[in-house]
Design a protein around this ligand. Structure first.
Ligand code: ADP
Ligand code: MG
Length: 486
C-alpha cells in the first residue's frame, strides 16, 4: 500500500535529520520534530506550550511572521533567511531558516512549514579559517618585513642553492637584484678555501644540537672579498626543508682589531725604542773608541775585534726584536715551540730598559725546555706586555721575578712585581679596551695579552695587593717533547 500524502509527510517530519516545525500564522509552535528539540535543547511539550506572552524565541518568531506576511503579500510560497537562536544551555546557534507557506484549498495560509538548518559549526569553522588565514598573512607579512629590515644578511638555501636572500644580503655581496643569487650555488659565493667548512656545516645541519657560530670568507659579485660571521640552521620554508643563514660583515671589525693590535705594538715599540736607542748608543760609543784605538795601535787587535763583534751582535739582536714587534700582526700560527728561550729572549730585551729604571728582571727557572703549541711572536708580545706593565708599576725600582712551574699538562709562568699594586676595582676593569690609569697608556696591552693567551688555549690570572705588588700568572697547555721539535 502506498502511503498517502499526509502519512508520508508525517514520517518525513518525524525522522528528518533536520529540525522542522509547523508554526501558526500567529506565531506559535504547532508541531516540532525531535531533531529540532535536540537542537534547541527543549522538550516537545515545552516548545509547543510556549504562548506568545512567554516565548523565549519571541523575537525570532516575530521576525518569521513578518517574513511570512511579506511572502504572502508578494505571493511567494518559499523563502530562506538566517536567524540566531539560543540553545537552552545558552549556546548560540546560527540557523538557516527555510520557510514554506502551507495554504488550505481556498488559498488561505494555514501554517508555516519551517526547516532549521544548523550552520553554527560551519560558521565557526569559517571564522576560524578566516582568522588563521589573516594570522598567516600577517605572520608572513611581518616575517617578510622583518627580513627586509634587519641589518643582518639572511640567506635561505636548499640543497646548497640560494632560495631567498634579504636586501641586507644583496647589499653584502653587491648584488642589485635578487635574481642574481636565486638558483646559484652557495659554493659560488663562499670562497674555495672555506668549502670544507661549508660541507662540514651542511652535514651537521641534520644533527639536532645547536651549532656554533661560523665564519666564512666570501667572494662578492664585484670581486671583493669579505669576512662574515653568523649562524645557519634548518627551517621549514614554504613547506620545504631549507637552511637559513644569518650573517654579518665582520671584515671591518677584523681589520680594526688588527689595527688595534698593531698600534699597541707600535706604541710598545716606540716606548721601548727610547730605552733601546740609549742601549745602542753604549756599544756604538765602545765601537767608536776601539776603532780609534785600532788606528793608533797594532797590538791587542784581536781583543778589540772580538769586543766590536759582540757589541755589533747585541745591536743586531735589539734592532731585530724591535722590528719583529712593530711588524704588522701576522695571523695566529701554531707551531711546537720551546717557551723558555722565548722567555729568556724577552727578559734580555726588557732588561735593557729595566736597568734604566733601577729595576732588575730575574728569571727564576733552571730547566731548559718546555714545549707548547703556539705563535712565537704573539707569545713574545705577551711577555713584553706583562714585563712592561710590571716595570711601569715600579716607580722606585726593585725586582721583577719570573717564575716557571710545569707539569705534564701545563706550564705556568708568573711575573711578580714590587709595584703599586691594583685595587679590586682596577682588577675588575682589566681587559676592558682603553682602560688605563697611565697618562700615556693605551689601555690595550692587557686586552691583547688576554686574547693571545685565550687563542693559545690558556688562561691568565692576577693577584695583587695595593702598595705591595702584583703577580700575573699565564697558564698554557704543554705538549710532549719529541726529538723532531728540537
Ligand atoms: P696600559 O699599560 O697602556 O695602561 P694595559 O692594558 O697594559 O694598558 O693595562 C691596563 C691597566 O691595568 C694599567 O693602566 C694599570 O692600571 C693596570 N695594570 C696592569 N698591569 C699592572 C701591574 N703589574 N701593576 C699595577 N697595575 C697594573
Ligand atoms: Mg700596558
Amino acid at each position: 500500500m502506498l502511503p498517502n500524502d499526509s502519512l508520508n509527510y508525517d514520517l518525513v517530519f518525524k525522522h528528518a535529520k533536520i529540525g522542522m516545525a509547523l508554526i501558526s500564522p500567529t506565531g506559535t509552535f504547532m508541531k516540532v520534530n525531535s531533531t529540532l528539540c535536540e537542537l534547541l535543547g527543549y522538550e516537545q511539550h515545552e516548545l509547543i506550550s510556549l504562548t506568545s506572552q512567554v516565548n523565549i524565541y519571541q523575537a525570532q518568531i516575530d521576525e518569521l511572521v513578518k517574513y511570512g506576511q511579506t511572502m504572502e503579500s508578494m505571493n511567494i510560497d518559499q523563502h530562506q533567511f538566517e536567524q540566531c537562536y539560543s540553545q537552552r544551555s545558552g549556546n548560540r546557534l546560527y540557523i538557516t531558516m527555510n520557510v514554506s507557506i502551507v495554504r488550505d484549498i481556498t488559498g488561505i495560509p494555514q501554517f508555516y512549514f519551517t526547516q532549521f538548518e544548523d550552520k553554527t559549526l560551519l560558521r565557526q569553522m569559517g571564522s576560524m579559517l578566516q582568522s588563521t588565514e589573516r594570522n598567516l598573512n600577517e605572520n608572513e607579512d611581518s616575517f617578510r618585513q622583518l627580513l627586509d629590515k634587519i641589518p643582518q644578511s639572511v640567506f635561505i638555501t636548499q640543497n646548497g642553492v640560494f632560495l631567498y636572500v634579504n636586501p641586507a644580503a644583496l647589499r653584502l655581496v653587491y648584488a642589485t637584484n635578487i635574481e642574481e643569487l636565486i638558483g646559484i650555488s652557495t659554493r659560488a659565493v663562499v670562497d674555495e678555501s672555506n668549502h670544507a667548512a661549508l660541507y662540514e656545516r651542511e652535514r651537521n645541519h641534520d644533527k639536532d644540537y645547536p651549532l656554533a657560530p661560523i665564519c666564512y670568507l666570501i667572494n662578492c659579485l664585484n670581486g671583493q672579498q669579505k669576512l662574515v660571521e653568523g649562524f645557519s640552521l634548518t627551517i621549514t620554508y614554504e613547506g620545504k626543508r631549507a637552511v637559513a643563514g644569518i650573517f654579518k660583515d665582520i671584515t671591518e671589525q677584523k681589520q680594526h682589531e688588527e689595527q688595534i693590535m698593531r698600534s699597541e705594538k707600535l706604541s710598545t715599540a716606540g716606548q721601548l725604542a727610547a730605552g733601546i736607542a740609549h742601549e745602542i748608543r753604549n756599544p756604538l760609543t765602545a765601537i767608536n773608541g776601539f776603532m780609534k784605538l785600532l788606528r793608533t795601535s797594532d797590538h791587542k787587535k784581536e781583543l778589540y775585534f772580538e769586543i766590536i763583534e759582540s757589541e755589533l751582535k747585541r745591536i743586531e739582536f735589539i734592532v731585530n726584536e724591535l722590528l719583529i714587534l712593530s711588524k704588522p700582526q701576522a695571523s695566529h700560527t701554531s707551531n711546537p715551540l720551546n717557551i723558555l728561550p722565548i722567555l729568556e729572549h724577552v727578559i734580555t730585551l726588557m732588561n735593557v730598559q729595566a736597568a734604566l729604571n733601577n729595576i732588575e728582571i730575574i728569571p727564576l727557572f733552571t730547566m731548559t725546555s718546555i714545549w707548547i703549541d703556539g705563535d712565537i711572536n704573539q707569545l713574545k708580545q705577551v711577555f713584553i706586555n706583562l714585563l712592561k706593565n710590571a716595570m711601569e708599576a715600579m716607580n722606585y725600582g726593585g725586582t721583577i721575578r719570573v717564575t716557571v712551574y710545569y707539569n705534564a699538562y701545563e706550564v705556568q709562568i708568573a711575573v711578580q712585581d714590587e709595584g703599586i699594586g691594583m685595587s679590586p676595582e682596577q682588577i675588575n676593569s682589566l681587559g676592558r679596551p682603553f682602560y688605563s690609569t697611565k697618562d700615556k697608556g693605551t689601555g690595550l696591552g692587557f686586552m691583547i695579552t688576554q686574547n693571545i693567551i685565550h687563542n693559545h688555549g690558556g688562561a691568565i690570572t692576577v693577584e695583587s695587593v695595593l702598595k705591595q705588588g702584583t703577580t700575573f700568572t699565564v697558564k698554557l697547555p704543554t705538549i710532549s717533547e719529541t726529538e723532531e721539535y728540537m
